[in-house]
Write a new protein. Structure first.
Length: 318
């Protein structure tokens, strides 16, 4: 048994010819956040503290689809969501529909710790943020020129754009169609999972959702057991097409296969990703109570990084 950490910056059809100016900032951000997480683990921070710290930092990086880099709804607004969960106690907090909160993951933790509820959304979540004195800014601060252009292109093509993924949903028909290869969708959901040397687990995930999504749409990220889940066996953070991840209850199914079927983390995660979700729709990072780590996806690639107490470290895309 030993500590382990894994994090992701989104999964999808990431082209292998991704220009260095788009690839390198994301790789550098993941490596920086991995180093921050490892340092926090070595400083004996709790797994819950570590996942919050790492995801907060990822939210502050505008090249990811969370916090500052969140993509825009059909109306040109930002609606952010996040979730955090402690594996030992199964305590959890989730938020969605945020428009002014700088770090949604921290508000999710406050929901967990300061309310009798698990999930707050939209006006209620924003009011709670003001009550708690968390950092907020005008919603215009989240709207980047890149995301304005992404929305413009998606609306012109009548498409709802998925993180990194070139196949998209036609807004008018609900069917898949190949997107314009010049439509840049290289931006992704973020997440982190941690286990400490005592086997304590935690997970956190944060996202801005889909480009050109309907106002009020909620994805898998804040849904306990879909995009985010932790118990005494493992901690999981998923990324990809939220509707498919919700249908498959991806994060919970990994934990359930370990708990009820006695599968290893690797086997359980591989089964869920390869057999329970359509090809090209999902990825996840996960750690087990015994210090295993896995980063699996059925898409072309997933921005990811991990490290373990025994010295193993990896940063990858494809």
């Amino acid at each position: 048994m030993g500590w382990a950490i894994a994090l992701h910056g989104g999964a999808g059809d990431i082209p292998r010819h991704l220009p260095p100016e788009r690839r390198q900032p994301r790789e550098a951000a993941l490596q920086n956040c991995l180093s921050m997480g490892v340092a926090a683990i070595k400083a004996n921070k709790s797994p819950l503290d570590v996942v919050e710290l790492v995801v907060r930092e990822l939210e502050n990086v505008p090249c990811f689809n969370a916090g500052r880099g969140s993509v825009l709804t059909h109306s040109g607004t930002v609606e952010m969501e996040a979730c955090i969960m402690d594996g030992n106690t199964k305590r959890c907090g989730a938020v969605s529909g945020l428009t002014t909160v700088v770090n949604p993951v921290s508000l999710a933790r406050l929901v967990m710790e300061k309310t009798p509820h698990i999930y707050l959304s939209f006006q209620g979540a924003e009011a709670f943020a003001r009550e708690q004195g968390v950092q907020t800014v005008d919603t215009s601060n989240f709207i980047t020129s890149e995301n304005v252009e992404r929305l413009k292109q998606a609306k012109e093509a009548n498409r709802i754009q998925i993180d990194y993924t070139q196949p998209v949903i036609m807004a008018s028909k609900g069917e898949y169609e190949e997107t314009n290869p010049n439509l840049d969708s290289q931006i992704g959901t973020v997440g982190c999972v941690v286990v400490d040397g005592n086997g304590s687990l935690a997970t956190a995930t944060s996202t801005g959702g889909l480009v050109n999504k309907m106002v009020g749409r909620i994805g898998d990220t804040p849904i306990i057991g879909a995009g985010t889940y932790a118990n005494r066996f493992c901690a999981v953070s998923a990324t990809g097409k939220g509707e498919e991840i919700m249908r498959a209850t991806v994060a919970r199914d990994v934990a359930a296969l370990m708990e009820f079927k006695g599968m290893s983390l690797e086997v359980a995660a591989d089964y869920v990703i390869q057999h329970c979700t359509p090809k090209g729709t999902a990825g996840l990072v996960a750690v087990s109570a015994t210090g295993e780590v896995t980063m699996l996806f059925n898409t072309t690639g997933m921005f990811r990084a991990c490290a373990t107490e025994d010295g193993y470290s990896e940063t990858g895309i494809w």
